[in-house]
Design a binder for this molecule. Structure first.
Ligand SMILES: *[C@@H]1O[C@H](CO)[C@@H](O)[C@H](O)[C@H]1NC(C)=O
Ligand SMILES: *[C@@H]1O[C@H](CO)[C@@H](O)[C@H](O)[C@H]1NC(C)=O
Ligand SMILES: *[C@@H]1O[C@H](CO)[C@@H](O)[C@H](O)[C@H]1NC(C)=O
Ligand SMILES: *[C@@H]1O[C@H](CO)[C@@H](O)[C@H](O)[C@H]1NC(C)=O
Length: 192
């Protein structure tokens, strides 16, 4: 009788203790975990190359001006403050009809009063093979008149979790009469 009483009080005490620690644990903001618990093994460096089609003209435009800023004498030349929303195709070759590998979704805006400098904020969503649905996020300055521009790759999702790197952009063709551009992109990305 006495021993079963002490047994059950030990049991009650133990479960109180356990629930105390469980509660304490669930109220922690952060805790250390291993890389392996998220399936992160070896970090890799990958090079991606594709073409970005900035189609501003015609019925199938994929880059749409959504804000036209008030012009002042100083900002008129660069369209400072204008904002475009894009869902541009990314293809494996420079022709618009070549294989689609992804889309560039986001915005760019003229952020430079003197000279052409775009602020770009985009997600590149891939549609090919194992990368289908994975995204890379790019945030940077695009001095479109320079032959070579560099923008940071600041993160990603899916296969690109914890990604970081940089993108190199080179204008492949620019149609002066309608404003359409094809830009070669080379991305160098660390990811798992
Ligand atoms: C626009 O897209 C439609 C549907 O895909 C296509 O039939 C048409 O030829 C395209 N027009 C131009 C100018 O590319
Ligand atoms: C802006 O340009 C117009 C036309 O060139 C000129 O008349 C005006 O004085 C300029 N305004 C300023 C604030 O410089
Ligand atoms: C990519 O994923 C979408 C949505 O899950 C699916 O509909 C599509 O068929 C996939 N494409 C390829 C090439 O795997
Ligand atoms: C440039 O745009 C004009 C006007 O839309 C078009 O007629 C011409 O074919 C385009 N040039 C190229 C090389 O695509």
């Amino acid at each position: 009788m006495a021993s079963s009483l002490s047994k059950s009080s030990t049991l009650i005490f133990t479960s109180l203790l356990v629930s105390f620690f469980l509660t304490a644990e669930s109220q922690q903001l952060s805790r250390r975990i291993s890389q392996r618990s998220l399936g992160l093994r070896k970090e890799k460096l990958s090079h991606f190359r594709f073409y970005f089609h900035d189609i501003v003209s015609g019925p199938n435009a994929t880059a749409i001006r959504i804000v036209e800023a008030t012009r002042t004498n100083r900002t008129a030349a660069t369209g400072f403050g204008d904002i475009s929303m894009i869902d541009n195709p990314l293809t494996i070759g420079p022709e618009r009809t070549s294989r689609l590998v992804g889309r560039a979704q986001g915005i760019y805006t003229s952020a430079s009063i003197n000279g052409m400098g775009l602020f770009m904020a985009m997600n590149y969503v891939f549609v090919e093979g194992k990368y289908n649905g994975s995204t890379l996020s790019i945030l940077g300055r695009n001095a479109v008149m320079s032959p070579l521009r560099e923008m940071p790759v600041i993160g990603g999702s899916g296969l690109f979790r914890f990604a970081r790197g940089y993108a190199e952009a080179r204008t492949h063709t620019f149609n002066m009469s309608n404003g359409d551009a094809v830009v070669e992109f080379n991305l160098y990305v660390f990811h798992y």
